[in-house]
Design a protein around this ligand. Structure first.
Ligand code: GDP
Ligand code: ZN
Length: 360
């Protein structure tokens, strides 16, 4: 008998059940073309969408995604039937170009690639291609998703003096835990334990090669995923012991790993910006003019903060850049049209910014 609590079922979800008295809750562990793998009190089984579902949905995002909690009519003989997708507390989406659901939905908007995770482990390698801007971008995306970002700096065993890099990230990214780890000598792994409690769900964000699979294996205490060196193709054969896209570890922690998670871009990053750069946005209220463009105006709080050193010019530039990128995705249809122009404008702004502080 499966303990549903271990899969993160909450009381609220039990409440939703009242409208469907014969149904039981389940969680989606794999999404295939029209078949879903689920876990419920009866263990693992297959499920299909209720026929009328296809008439009701108006958006691709309405379809079940990995990590979704759903209500099913359990079928002992064959596939169970999904009658409702329960509200998501967090999600990652990407534009749906696949046409997968195109026959059913009126407008293709977004495809949810992971749902109902608690923590987003943002992974970057300390030794190679260390890029704070990219980390910052992921943090913004993570806040937007509804999950809690945790920045994991990997391969600490290869960089003996990583403390400086950790500090650098801490200075630039506020309100987020920054943890240096190694899957080789286990440095920092115990600091992750606060996030590894039964019933919690994790997702991993980060470029290929940063050590995501290795960390999953370290946390699992067994080889669940193939690491890069022996993996020929990033999209295939990634899992050794399971094809599941939602993996339950022995300790009750779940990890969502879908192909879509690895392709996440700047989709809908806008909301997240306020969180990571809230200290900068607080400055805007202190500018003399309410319509201050923070360039040359007298009484500009941003200029002042840069001059007196309380705001690093690099953070301000990151803010402008991210704001620019978020702007493209705000109007999704105009995205490709305007990206170039906006990019020009931003780089002009950055040039001007360089002259404010007098130095880079
Ligand atoms: P992924 O693509 O993000 O899943 O990265 P992998 O886990 O497949 O790791 C990529 C490469 O980095 C492999 O060669 C791993 O052996 C290596 N690697 C991963 N974590 C560590 C670590 O903590 N220390 C060292 N030295 N190498 C690591
Ligand atoms: Zn200003």
């Amino acid at each position: 008998m499966i303990n549903l609590k271990e899969y993160g079922f909450t009381q609220e979800i039990q409440e939703e059940k009242k409208a469907f008295p014969d149904s039981i809750p389940a969680r989606i562990t794999e999404v295939h073309r029209e078949l879903y793998k689920i876990i419920s009190q009866h263990g693992e089984s297959n499920a299909k969408l209720k026929g009328s579902f296809y008439n009701q949905v108006t958006m691709a995002e309405d379809f079940p995604a990995v990590g979704d909690f759903v209500l099913i009519n359990y079928n002992t003989q064959g596939d169970s039937v999904i009658v409702k997708v329960l509200p998501r507390k967090s999600k990652f989406s990407r534009p749906d170009y696949s046409g997968h659901n195109a026959g059913y939905v009126k407008t293709i908007l977004e495809q949810v690639v992971a749902a109902n995770f608690d923590y987003v482990f943002i992974m970057a390698s300390l030794n190679y291609d260390f890029n704070i801007n990219r980390i910052q971008r992921y943090v913004a995306v993570a806040w937007e998703s509804g999950g809690i970002p945790v920045v994991i700096l990997t391969k600490a065993d290869l960089v003996p003096d990583y403390i400086e890099q950790v500090k650098e990230v801490q200075n630039q990214i506020m309100g987020v835990d920054i943890i240096a780890v190694s899957s080789v000598n286990s440095v920092g792994i115990e600091k992750l334990s606060q996030y590894l409690t039964p019933g919690k769900t994790l997702v991993f964000l980060g470029s290929s090669g940063v050590g995501k699979s290795s960390l999953v294996n370290t946390l699992a205490g067994e080889t669940i995923m193939l690491v890069n060196t022996i993996r020929e193709d990033d999209s295939k054969g990634r899992h050794t012991t399971t094809h599941r896209q939602l993996i339950l570890l022995q300790n009750g922690v779940m990890i969502i790993d879908t192909p879509g998670m690895r392709e996440l871009g700047m989709w809908d990053v806008k909301e997240g910006l306020g969180e990571t750069f809230s200290d900068i946005e607080d400055l805007f209220d202190k500018c003399k003019f309410s319509d201050c463009s923070h360039k040359k105006e007298p009484g500009c709080a941003v200029t002042k903060a840069i001059e007196n050193g309380s705001l690093q010019i690099s953070r301000w530039k990151n803010y402008l850049r991210l704001k620019g990128e978020a702007k493209f995705t705000e109007d999704k249809s105009g995205y490709l049209k305007t990206k170039k122009d906006w990019g020009k404008k931003i780089s002009k702004d950055l040039k001007k910014m360089n002259t404010i502080g007098g130095k880079r």
